[in-house]
Design a protein around this ligand. Structure first.
Ligand SMILES: [Zn+2]
Length: 300
C-alpha cells in the first residue's frame, strides 16, 4: 500500500495467455502515460486466475518485455493467483449481505433466457454450483470515460446476475479485479475498450463492497486488416523486444500523439520525453486499424 495514497495510481494488468502484442503494448504504455503524466504511480498485476487458459512462461515473458521497454512498476508485481483469501473474504461478505447467492443453473438452462440470469431456472441441484451477484431490476450505472465519453448501462437488462465464483471453482474476473483495484487503491483504470462492457458490472460490485470507484479511460481497440480484434486474431504478433523505442513510438502514434521533437534511442529517455509531452485529449475513440508497421512489429 502506498504511503501517499493521494497520488494518482494506475496499473497494467495482463493475463498470462501469451506474449505482449501491439494491443497490450498500447494498454501498457497508455496506462503508464496517464499515471506518469499526472505525477502518479504505475503498477503491474498479473491476472493469473484462469489456469486452463494460462500459457506456461507467459507471465515472465511479459514482465521481461516490460523491462526492455523501460516500463518499471512502482512496487512489487502482484499475482492474482496468490490472492484467493482476499477474494474469499469479499465473497463471504457479499453472501452475508444477501447480495450474492448460490446458483445451480446450467448454461443450457439459461440459453432459453438469452444466456442472461435474472432468476434461477435450474431444475436440479449441481454438485458444483456457481455463486452470482444479485442484480435487481433498476440497477443502472453511469460514468464518464475519459476517452469513450458518457457511458450508461442497465446492468439488470444487459448482464443480469453475474458470476463471482465459477462452477469450476475459479474466481471470476470481475470479482478479482474489483477486489484488487480496491486493495491497491487504484484511482485511474486505463485499459483496452474490449473491457468497456465489464466496467458497469465492476462499478456495481464496488458499490456493494463499499469501495471507491476509480476513474476510467478505455483505449481504442486495435483491429487487424480484416477488422478483427487484434489480440484475438492470428496476427496478434508480439513486438520486437530488440527495438523497444520503435515499438513505443508505434503505440504513441496510435494514441494520437504528436511526434516527439527528438527520438532518443534509450527507452527510458524516450519515456521521460513522452510523459512530459503526453496529451490525453488527443487519444482517438477508435477502433483503429493497426498499421502494417504495428501489426508486423514482431515479425522475425
Ligand atoms: Zn441460477
Amino acid at each position: 500500500m502506498s504511503s501517499t495514497p493521494s497520488l494518482p495510481r494506475g496499473r497494467f494488468a495482463p493475463s498470462p495467455t501469451g506474449r505482449l502484442h501491439a494491443g497490450s503494448l498500447l494498454a501498457a504504455l497508455g496506462s503508464w502515460l496517464f499515471a506518469r503524466h499526472a505525477g502518479g504511480e504505475w503498477h503491474v498485476r498479473i491476472e493469473d486466475i484462469d489456469p486452463p487458459r494460462e500459457v506456461p512462461g507467459a507471465a515472465d515473458a511479459q514482465l521481461r518485455a516490460l523491462r526492455r521497454l523501460g516500463l518499471h512498476p512502482d512496487g512489487p508485481v502482484l499475482r492474482q493467483s496468490t490472492r484467493g483469501a482476499l477474494y474469499a473474504r469479499a465473497l463471504e461478505r457479499l453472501l452475508d449481505q444477501g447480495d450474492a447467492f448460490v446458483c445451480h443453473c446450467s448454461r443450457s438452462a439459461l440459453a432459453a433466457h438469452d444466456g442472461i440470469h435474472r432468476h434461477c431456472v435450474a431444475g436440479a441441484r449441481r454438485r458444483d454450483p456457481s455463486i452470482r451477484l444479485r442484480v435487481p431490476e433498476g440497477t443502472h450505472v453511469a460514468f464518464e470515460d475519459a476517452i469513450q465519453g458518457h457511458v450508461s448501462e442497465d446492468v439488470h437488462a444487459v448482464t443480469g446476475d453475474f458470476v463471482l465464483r465459477r462452477a469450476d471453482g475459479y474466481w471470476a474476473y470481475q470479482l478479482a479485479v474489483v477486489v484488487d483495484d480496491g486493495a491497491q487503491s487504484m484511482t485511474r483504470i486505463v485499459r483496452g475498450a474490449d473491457l468497456l462492457g465489464s466496467t458497469a458490472r465492476q462499478i456495481v460490485l464496488q458499490q456493494r463492497l463499499q469501495l471507491a470507484s476509480p476513474r476510467y479511460a478505455h483505449l481504442p481497440l486495435l483491429l487487424d486488416a480484416r477488422g478483427r480484434k487484434l489480440s484475438k486474431s492470428q496476427d496478434a504478433l508480439p513486438f520486437d523486444e530488440r527495438e523497444p523505442v520503435a515499438a513505443l513510438a508505434s503505440a504513441w502514434q496510435l494514441l494520437g500523439q504528436r511526434p516527439l521533437r527528438t527520438t532518443p534511442t534509450d527507452p527510458h529517455d524516450w519515456l521521460a520525453m513522452a510523459s512530459a509531452a503526453f496529451e490525453p485529449g488527443r487519444i482517438p475513440r477508435g477502433p483503429l486499424a493497426a498499421t502494417h508497421n504495428v501489426a508486423d512489429i514482431g515479425a522475425p
